[in-house]
Design a protein around this ligand. Structure first.
Ligand code: AMP
Length: 400
């Protein structure tokens, strides 16, 4: 960040979309913590800082009478914790646009912080509404986008707004910049060998990512629910395991592509099969190609853990996106936990490791290893799309 912000009003799009419990307490403040360096830098340099974010999906969870559930989705829920972290008062505007926001923004002084109400209280946010973007832009001299988690959305506050600022008055925040730098480190000229670990429920969600990874990684590991579509495609018996029948051909295409590109593609050789989708289900270790009727694979087995861990240990660069099994159930988290350990182990020996958002981040955190990997992304969908090679609207808008 290199714009002179002293005495200026700076509007920062942050991603404060943090999880809240039923009592509306923040259960994980990582996203707020990761935005602090940008906010503190701007304040130290004499800016008046206006913060805007979305929180949840208020338009999709309206009250019965069709109104917004303000109590649940208000950013007021975030303000006290933010004030504690910033060690200064945080003013609040009940609407992100309109007279109240305008008046409060206009009277905001250097070193002061104003938090605007949830941008998604307006339908125009997700629609990329021009009038809303213009209205937000009118609050400040400078626009900073630090919300990597929503950079894949062409929304009013993340992308459309940027056109109302000159090139010299808009820029990335420190978090956004480091997300981009770390992802680019993997995508462009990574140290080889590059081992990519993929998992999660569905092949369809990760199809583009898999194609891209097969193209440029040395080894691609496929674990989690996705793997069963591959077993099925190769004529395996998968019992009740999760499978996308309509993606069987695509799975075969990906296996073929890996051969063509000379990329090692590793699938689990054994699995932990359960007799029910439940944390207390009975389980047994079974061969990947012969999962008994009535049983479903919910985790990778010990031989697969060994196979994958050895591959990970050879890596100089690692990308991890997606769990190896239903890691929400402790009994079926063993494979995912072991992979988290293997990634941390390789990192301690000098590999660069990028944890690509979403459930892999939860797994790394659950294992207390967040500070033993190189970079933990704050973006699930955004990181996925960035790694797929897409230009994210939030990034493009600042550059152009
Ligand atoms: P994704 O959001 O695509 O990364 O998928 C994450 C979800 O995949 C997690 O909630 C896991 O519980 C789920 N998952 C992983 N492995 C399996 C499996 N073998 N069977 C069913 N669900 C799975």
């Amino acid at each position: 960040m290199n714009i002179n912000v002293s005495g200026k009003k700076v509007l920062v799009r942050v991603d404060f979309n943090v999880p809240l419990d039923k009592e509306l307490n923040i259960t994980d403040d990582t996203r707020i913590q990761r935005a602090l360096p940008t906010i503190n830098k701007l304040l130290a340099e004499g800016a008046a800082v206006i913060l805007m974010s979305h929180l949840g999906r208020p338009q999709k969870k309206l009250n019965e009478d069709g109104t917004i559930n303000v109590k649940k989705f208000t950013l007021r829920n975030i303000a006290p914790h933010l004030a504690t972290l910033l060690n200064r008062p945080v003013q609040f505007a009940e609407d992100c646009i309109g007279e109240n926001a305008k008046t409060k923004a206009a009277s905001l002084l250097s070193g002061e912080v104003l938090l605007l109400e949830n941008t998604r209280f307006h339908k125009g946010e997700s629609k990329g509404d021009i009038a809303m973007a213009q209205s937000l832009a009118s609050l400040a001299d400078i626009y900073v986008n630090d919300a990597f988690g929503t950079a894949h959305r062409a929304h009013a506050s993340t992308s459309v707004i940027a056109q109302y600022f000159d090139q010299s008055n808009k820029q990335f925040g420190l978090l956004m910049q480091s997300e981009i730098t770390n992802a680019d480190k993997v995508l462009h000229n990574p140290q080889k060998p590059l081992v990519a670990i993929t998992g999660g429920a569905k092949v369809s969600d990760k199809l583009l990512l898999l194609e891209k990874l097969i193209d440029f990684a040395d080894t691609v590991i496929i674990g989690g629910g996705m793997a069963y579509t591959f077993f099925k495609a190769q004529g395996g018996e998968i019992g009740n395991s999760i499978c996308e029948e309509d993606k069987v051909d695509l799975a075969l295409d990906l296996l073929e592509l890996a051969k063509k590109k000379n990329t090692q593609l590793l699938l689990p050789v054994d699995n932990v099969a359960a007799d029910d989708f439940s944390p207390t289900a009975n389980s047994q270790i079974v061969d990947s190609m012969s999962i008994p009727n009535g049983w479903e694979g919910l985790d990778i087995g010990p031989e697969s853990i060994d196979l994958f861990s050895k591959a990970i240990a050879t890596a100089q660069t690692i990308i991890w996106n997606g769990p190896m099994g239903v890691f929400e159930f402790d009994k079926f988290a063993i494979g995912t936990n072991a992979i988290a350990q293997a990634v941390a182990g390789a990192t301690s020996k000098g590999a660069f490791s990028l944890i690509g958002g979403g459930d892999s981040v939860s797994a790394i955190k659950k294992n207390g290893l967040a500070d033993q990997v190189s970079f933990v992304s704050t973006g699930g969908g955004a990181m996925l799309e960035y790694l797929e090679g897409k230009e994210l609207p939030g990034i493009k808008a600042i550059k152009s």
